[in-house]
Design a protein around this ligand. Sequence first.
Ligand code: NDP
Ligand code: 8X3
Length: 252
Amino acid sequence: MKKIALVTGATSGIGKATSHLLASNGYDLIVTGRRENLLNDLVKCLIVETGAEVLPLCFDIRDQVQVEKAVDSLTGKWEKVDLLVNNAGLAVGLEPVQSGVVDDWERMIDTNVKGLLFMSRKISSGMVARESGHIINLSSIAGHEVYPNGAAYCASKHAVQAITKTMRIELLPYGVKVSSISPGMVDTEFSLVRFKGDKQRAENVYKGLTPLYAQDIAETILFMATRPQHVNIADVIIMPTDQASARDFRRR
Ligand code: NDP
Ligand code: 8X3
């Protein structure tokens, strides 16, 4: 029987590329996001291109009621999620704390931390009962380092690291793997979202250097997900060659 993967934030960027790669490599998929049109387009494309079975779940991960309703709607084989990729997340704004926008902080913390917890809570309970499964959390270089104007985002990704490490201990008795992947700069809709639709500012982030692409992260996630049962890749820090830290870049 094919394994089931659930990828949050599959409408764009890393989640979309990961969904394509998992579907091409023997997984049936549950894909989630808020933008229903993009989700439906993705489902059609995945079915045609890969022959995988694909189920869309459209909801806002910040809303616990929506998360519970969506996961509770799963029946039959879809209830048995083998791989959860906790990918949905975002940065909003780039401001020092003294002039930070509280709504931006709330969006980041509610999505990156609480949303990831809501999903993990619902999906890991089945993994515990079945004594099998794998959770891969999208962390960031910002989960290991900090940079000015990024307090709330860095805090949210440090929280992802803490949740990952805690869950790895909690799920140890049940043989459930918990991993994180911590990318540096990846060219997705991330910067467009961070700068609230300012295309020029978003493009400047990647100017003069070669960033990572979503496919690079998807390939690493597939590798992590397909190790033998006795191997758990705990965390992967993956950077563009043109980036040495959260603050050091080689631009030409
Ligand atoms: P994108 O903006 O391209 O994709 C983000 C995805 O998250 C979208 O599918 C979006 O779907 C989903 N999402 C955001 N908010 C919500 C919400 N409230 N409810 C449900 N889904 C939501 O960014 P990336 O692909 O780059 O980001 C994916 C992950 O990778 C994030 O966790 C990010 O922090 C992390 N990351 C990104 C890096 C980068 O440089 N790009 C580097 C390191 C980590 P929709 O809008 O349809 O809801
Ligand atoms: C995204 C990478 O450096 O913008 O997580 O925080 S960074």
